[in-house]
Ligand binder design. Structure first.
Ligand SMILES: Cc1cc2nc3c(=O)[nH]c(=O)nc-3n(C[C@H](O)[C@H](O)[C@H](O)COP(=O)(O)OP(=O)(O)OC[C@H]3O[C@@H](n4cnc5c(N)ncnc54)[C@H](O)[C@@H]3O)c2cc1C
Length: 461
């Protein structure tokens, strides 16, 4: 069959649409969340069901095409797309079904965390996802998933009960603790290496109205706040998801005008419970530090804190990411952070430290592919600018910041906070002693590395 005939045959086999260069929607469909990444796939298969995914996987394999898998398209280095290859785009697969009796939720692979929060909130339930509601559930989950509910309920993968997967050979399996347990183990942290997940089944938890929001101090108080936060975190109840960050006061309403554009330190928190208990939970930190410039914690529906920062981060900004797992935060590390943050190239650029403790530590280290359960934080440095001309400055700052603080950190990083320019051995360091087992599972389920547009685990020899 000629190349053109094969494409026509794929088109005929899809219920969804096959988009190609020259189509009027090609640019809109290929656009990724990170405006720094501009990939031009040969074909985008916009799948609407599992049969479409099977057809697309078979086509990619048979035609020897570089094949990328796209959920929400939020990945930093744009690993949901590729140049000159096939993108299996799941973003039209959006169904969410909540079972309030078992408190479980079945989620199609094209959902964002906002899609799921919307559906579960109606039942007073939530699944731990990330802190920006436009992020795709698929990539976030397969990489691990941290957010406000993580201290209490674990990583997103700790709440994954089952996944439907189309494998590289086009076959379909369900992975769970009892079915294909090796695949289920690898999917929980191993990223998009093992197949195309078409649907996830999650355990949800009772979370309704929360006490949440940001508290900001000026940079002159950052040292005191970061030191106090470091001591406070292990004493704080697990209902309090709370991360510390170095940022800039956004130069816009409703932020206090006299502080617009000033460097700042922020603690952003979400207490899952009554407002009075939330106030009590954050009080010891507030007692230990100078008065903030504002404290906007208050009662709100859980989806409100989940989407509170969405307006700052619309699709198409330039992003450069660096990450690390962090075990401890000595005073010298705090000083290095503050010095580097002071050089941030734009007001949107930030550093956040997300807690890795509580329920994350209670899960066994070899129970999932995600390995670094003994870290205390997952650090992200995100250099962000709406202006494409700023891209080089973002990279320079991100790399310099990371270089200055990495000596205080662990060797690996959260795979979802990496670009595609990491040093050799970084993926191995991230998975640590789980790496050889991951490589074995890769060899079993994707021996020819069809799924290699990701933080790649090579099949074991
Ligand atoms: C603004 C912003 C905020 C964020 N906040 C958080 C946060 O709070 N917590 C957190 O943990 N992470 C966070 N992240 C990181 C996020 O987890 C990653 O960007 C993740 O890759 C996004 O998933 P996606 O489906 O949108 O990505 P995509 O770009 O679609 O895909 C990313 C990767 O996942 C694989 N993949 C996607 N879908 C599938 C599938 N169905 N089957 C198999 N493989 C698949 C792809 O191969 C690719 O390698 C944030 C990212 C952004 C941009």
């Amino acid at each position: 069959m000629s190349n053109e005939q094969a494409i026509e045959s794929l088109k005929a086999n899809l219920r969804g649409k096959l988009v190609q260069p020259g189509d009027s929607d090609y640019d809109a469909v290929r656009a990724l969340y990170n405006g720094m990444i501009d990939k031009r796939p040969r074909l985008v298969a916009r799948c609407v069901d599992v049969a479409d995914v099977v057809a697309a996987v078979n086509f990619g394999r048979e035609q020897g095409l570089l094949t990328a898998i796209r959920g929400g398209g939020h990945n930093g280095p744009g690993l949901g797309s590729c140049d000159d290859g096939l993108v299996i785009d799941l973003s039209l697969m959006k169904s969410v079904r909540v079972d309030p009796a078992s408190r479980t939720v079945r989620v199609d692979a094209g959902c964002t965390s906002g899609d799921v929060d919307h559906a579960t909130h109606a039942f007073g339930l939530a699944v731990p996802f990330g802190i920006v509601s436009t992020t795709g559930v698929a990539g976030l989950t397969l990489g691990g998933g941290t957010g406000y509910l993580t201290r209490k309920y674990g990583l997103t993968i700790d709440n994954l009960l089952e996944a439907d997967v189309v494998l590289a050979d086009g076959s379909f399996v369900t992975a769970s603790k009892s079915q294909h347990p090796d695949l289920f183990w690898a999917l929980r942290g191993g990223g998009g290496n093992f197949g195309v997940v078409t649907s996830f089944l999650f355990q949800a938890h009772p979370v309704g109205t929360v006490y949440a929001g940001p508290i900001f101090w000026l940079a002159k108080d950052a040292k005191a706040v970061m030191r106090a936060y470091r001591e406070f975190l292990p004493t704080a109840p697990e209902e309090l998801g709370t991360f510390v960050g170095l940022k800039t006061v956004p130069p816009m309403d409703p932020f206090p005008k006299e502080h617009w554009g000033q460097r700042a330190c922020a603690v952003i928190s979400c207490y899952s419970g009554a407002a009075a208990d939330g106030e009590k939970a954050i009080a010891p930190l507030l007692k230990a530090v100078p008065a903030p410039i504002f404290n906007w914690m208050g009662p709100m529906p859980f989806p409100a804190i989940q989407s509170m920062f969405d307006p700052f981060f619309p699709k198409g900004l330039q992003w450069y990411w660096k990450g690390d797992f962090v075990k401890s935060l000595p005073d010298e590390a705090i000083d290095a952070h503050i010095a580097q943050a002071a050089e941030a190239p734009t007001a949107l650029s930030l550093m956040h430290l997300y807690p890795i403790d509580g329920a994350v530590r209670r899960a066994p280290r070899d129970g999932t592919a995600w390995n670094t359960r003994d870290a205390t934080w997952s650090m992200v440095i995100a250099a962000i600018d709406p202006d494409a001309k700023g891209a080089d400055a973002l990279k320079r700052w991100g790399r310099a910041y990371w270089k200055a603080v990495h000596p205080f950190n662990l060797e690996g990083a959260y795979v979802n906070f990496m670009m595609d320019d990491e040093a050799d051995g970084r993926i191995q360091a991230t998975y640590g002693d789980n790496y050889p087992r991951l490589a074995q599972v890769k060899r079993k389920y994707d021996p020819n590395n069809l799924f290699r547009v990701n933080q790649n685990v090579r099949p074991a020899a």
